[in-house]
Design a protein around this ligand. Structure first.
Ligand code: AMP
Length: 111
């Protein structure tokens, strides 16, 4: 979608630190990391948030989470997956994305 930051990163118009790509999904490092591993996993098709996520996209995101967790070496130590949605969820980019966080013991409280 025109003027969507993540669509532009996926298209290569804005640089992103890519860690993974397949037919459905693109993933890159968060510019403001909250943990040693902080990857944003994004469907290539523009969906605003998780409310618009279809079953095929959900499966692709799950496959990517598994692959990237292994690739980043955090599959055994553990990690957290978050998808912020809407105003109260503090979603700042309106293109569905999953935060994959790990590489340290994360805080127990999330809110
Ligand atoms: P959210 O607040 O859940 O919508 O997450 C958006 C995330 O995108 C934030 O964690 C930002 O740090 C991250 N972000 C914003 N711009 C960029 C960028 N150009 N490259 C990588 N990550 C970005």
């Amino acid at each position: 979608m025109e003027n969507c930051l993540f669509c532009r990163i996926i298209a290569g118009e804005i640089p992103g630190d890519k860690v993974y790509e397949d037919d459905h999904v693109y993933a890159f490092r968060d510019i403001n990391p909250q943990a040693p591993v902080h990857v944003l996993i994004v469907p290539k098709k523009h969906l605003a948030n998780i409310l618009e996520c279809d079953a095929e996209t959900a499966a692709a995101l799950t496959d990517a989470i598994r692959a990237i967790a292994k690739q980043e070496g955090i599959d055994e130590s553990g990690f957290r997956v978050i998808s912020n949605c809407g105003a109260d969820g503090a979603q700042s980019v309106n293109h569905l994305h999953v935060h994959l966080l790990g590489g340290k013991k994360l805080a127990e409280r999330m809110a």
